[in-house]
Design a protein around this ligand. Structure first.
Ligand SMILES: COc1ccc([C@@H]2N[C@@H](C)[C@@H](O)[C@H]2O)cc1
Length: 449
C-alpha cells in the first residue's frame, strides 16, 4: 500500500454507539424538496425527460427564470408534523432532507446566502420545524447537502485560471460556514449526506475534504458521514488509493443494490432508492416503471439481509403535500412493517446459504434468524440448509396468531418447511429458532420442548 495523508483514517467499521444505532435503523426516508418541485419536470408546456431536480440544466429552461422561482416558493400546505407522522407510520427510523440541492437554494435561512427561504414568500425556516417534528416522533434526521452550488458565483467545477482558484477558495470557506451553521442551528441531527462531489475542483482537493470532515467531527463528535464526501490526495473517491473505505459507510449504492455479501467487503453501507426509475424531486408525470410496495419491501429485506440500510425517496409537491402514489407506498410499507418490523430493525447478515424463496436475516447478536419468503414455491416447500453444527429448534410465522411450522428433517443440516397456505399478497416472515450444536444430537430435529 502507498502512504496517504488524506486517505482512510480507520480500518473497519465504526464500533461506537452512534454507528451501532445507525446500523440498527435499517429503513430510512429520503426527501427531495426544493424549487424544482415548482416546475415538476415540465416547463412552458414541454416535458423534461431528465430527473426533475436537474431541470435547471435543461437547455429549454432559461437559467435566470429557474433562479427566480424562489419568488414563488410558498408551500402553504406544508405540515412537518404530518410528514413526520406519515414517516413514523411507514416504519422509517431515520430521514434525510435536502437542505440545499445542486441549484443552491437553501431551505434554511442561511446567513451566508440570500438565495434561501428567507427571500421567498414563505420567509420561514423549513428545516427547523422538520427536524423537530421528526425527532419528536423518534426519527433521526440527516441533512443532505450538495457541494455543487450552481447559484453561487464562486462555484467552479474545474478551476482553470488563478482567478478561478481564488474564487473557488472563497467557495470552500462558504461551504465550511454553511455546514458549521447547519450544525449550530440543528444540533440534534445525526449526520450529513453529501452529494455533488464528482467534479475536478473537489476530486483534486482531497486534503480539503479530509480537513472538512475532521472539522465537522470536531464540532459534532460522532457525526455520521458517508463515503461520498471524501477524495484522497490522488483523487480517489469513496475508496482511497489503497482500496480502503473513507467515511463511515459506503454511500455509493444509489438506485442499485449489492447482489451478494461479497459485494460489500464487510463495510457498513446504505442504498438509496427512487420509486420511479430516476426521479428524486417532484415530477408531475411519472413515467416508466413505478415500484410497488412489495418491490420496495423486497429491496429493504435484501438490503437488511446484506447488512445494509435502505432509504426510500419521496418528492413532495411545491405546496408541501405528497402525491397519492407516495402516500400509498408509505401506508402499504407501514402495514407490512407493523407485522414484520422485528425482522428488519437490528437485522443483519445471517451467514446461511441463500435459497431461491427469499432472504435470511439474523437479529444481530442472537440465534434468531428470520426467513423472508418473497418467492413462494409452487411445491409449498421451503428448503432451509443450515451451516454445520447448527440445528433448527422451532419455526413460526411472524403474523398474529403465529402459525407454527414443523420442519421436516432431510439430509445433514437440511430441513423442509411446508407452507399450508400459499396465497401470499406480501412477503411472509418465518422466525427460526436455531441453536449451535454441542455435537450431541447429530443434527436431528429436536421435538419442540
Ligand atoms: C451525474 O449523475 C447524477 C445522478 C444523481 C444525482 C443526485 N443524487 C441523488 C441522491 C439525487 O439528489 C440526484 O439529483 C447527481 C448526479
Amino acid at each position: 500500500s502507498i502512504t496517504l495523508q488524506h486517505g482512510a483514517h480507520r480500518i473497519g467499521n465504526r464500533t461506537d454507539a452512534g454507528m451501532a444505532r445507525w446500523r440498527s435503523l435499517r429503513l430510512g426516508q429520503f426527501i427531495h424538496w426544493g424549487l424544482y418541485a415548482i416546475p415538476g419536470g415540465e416547463w412552458k408546456g414541454k416535458t423534461y425527460n431528465g430527473a426533475a431536480e436537474w431541470i435547471r440544466s435543461w437547455k429549454e429552461m432559461p437559467q435566470a427564470e429557474y433562479d427566480n422561482l424562489y419568488k414563488q416558493f410558498n408551500p402553504v400546505n406544508y405540515q412537518p408534523e404530518q410528514w413526520a407522522l406519515q414517516a413514523k407510520n411507514m416504519g422509517a427510523k431515520y430521514m434525510i432532507i435536502t437542505t440545499k440541492h445542486h441549484d443552491g437554494f437553501c431551505l434554511w435561512p442561511s446567513k451566508y446566502s440570500r438565495y434561501t427561504v428567507a427571500s421567498s414568500p414563505w420567509k420561514k425556516d423549513i428545516i427547523g420545524p422538520m427536524v423537530d417534528a421528526y425527532n419528536k416522533n423518534g426519527i433521526d434526521v440527516y441533512l443532505y447537502f450538495s457541494i455543487i452550488d450552481w447559484n453561487h458565483p464562486d462555484w467552479r467545477a474545474s478551476p482553470k485560471t488563478p482567478a478561478d482558484s481564488i474564487a473557488y477558495g472563497r467557495f470552500k470557506v462558504f461551504v465550511k460556514n454553511q455546514l458549521q451553521e447547519l450544525l449550530t442551528k440543528y444540533p440534534t441531527i445525526k449526520g450529513f449526506w453529501f452529494d455533488g462531489t464528482w467534479d475536478d475542483s473537489w476530486k483534486n482537493d482531497g486534503a480539503f475534504s479530509d480537513e472538512l470532515e475532521q472539522y465537522l467531527q470536531k464540532i459534532h463528535p460522532g457525526l455520521i458521514i458517508g463515503s461520498r464526501l471524501r477524495a484522497d490526495e490522488k483523487g480517489a473517491r469513496h475508496f482511497d488509493s489503497n482500496g480502503r473505505l473513507m467515511g463511515d459507510y459506503e454511500q455509493g449504492w444509489e438506485r442499485k443494490l449489492p447482489e451478494k455479501i461479497a459485494d460489500i467487503h464487510g463495510n457498513d453501507w446504505e442504498g438509496v432508492m427512487t420509486i420511479p426509475e430516476n426521479q428524486w424531486g417532484y415530477n408531475a408525470r411519472w413515467a416508466g416503471h413505478i415500484k410497488s410496495a412489495n418491490e420496495l419491501i423486497e429491496m429493504l429485506v435484501k438490503s437488511t439481509s446484506l447488512a445494509g440500510n435502505f432509504v426510500i425517496n419521496f418528492g413532495p409537491k411545491s405546496d408541501g403535500t405528497f402525491r397519492t402514489e407516495e402516500v400509498q407506498r408509505m401506508q402499504e410499507i407501514g402495514q407490512w412493517m407493523k407485522v414484520n418490523g422485528a425482522a428488519i430493525y437490528n437485522g443483519g447478515y445471517a451467514g446461511f446459504e441463500k435459497q431461491d424463496w427469499g432472504y435470511y436475516i439474523r437479529k444481530n447478536g442472537t440465534d434468531s434468524v428470520f426467513m423472508v419468503v418473497c418467492n413462494v414455491p409452487v411445491s409449498g416447500d421451503l428448503r432451509v440448509k443450515l451451516p454445520q453444527q447448527t440445528t433448527l429448534t422451532h419455526a413460526a410465522t411472524l403474523e398474529n396468531p403465529a402459525q407454527a411450522i414443523t420442519p421436516e428433517v432431510t439430509g445433514k443440516n437440511e430441513y423442509f418447511l411446508r407452507l399450508e397456505t400459499k396465497n401470499f399478497h406480501t412477503p411472509v416472515v418465518i422466525l427460526l429458532q436455531t441453536s449451535r450444536n454441542t455435537g450431541n444430537d447429530n443434527g436431528r430435529f429436536e421435538k419442540a420442548k
